[in-house]
Design a protein around this ligand. Sequence first.
Ligand code: ZN
Length: 186
Amino acid sequence: MSKGDRQRSLSVPLRLISDGQLAWSATVPASALLVPESQDSLRIADVEVPLDSDVGVAVVLELISGGLSVAGEVTAAWSGPCARCWLPLDGEVQTTVREVFTAEPREGEQYRLGPEYADLTPMVRDAALLELPIEAIRCPHPEPCPNLPAQLAEARDDSADGGPAELADPRWKALEALRGRMDEPS
Ligand SMILES: [Zn+2]
């Protein structure tokens, strides 16, 4: 889908639902998922959904007793560092959703259905953030990570002892260098 097909919102007018069902799809900029008036970003730990990337939604809305069922797929881009060598990487998550929208939702279980619109934004945001590959990102060719110092490239981060903490994080090395300087008598 080209950027020209981007829409502004994930609000689906309920009047579009005929015969009890509607197949609906949209592509929106990830920034459309931000909570208005909130400081929250689309980030969990070091992994984020870039705000200018596309988020795709393809769902079937179906009228059910007491509300609306929404089922389908959400795709979103992510960017974040390799967990071993901190090389910046990006990728895409694709996840399925199956949720119920109702006028009086149960907190954490259902989403709010308006009188005229079903706003899919909170559902899509939750689905994308839940699927982010937290602490699971590896370089595509992990042995060795291209960004690892040579002496660490042979170390395996999945060994029983030590583990990833044994691998130097570039940020920690910067901190160590700083500490070294501070310890020097002036
Ligand atoms: Zn790596």
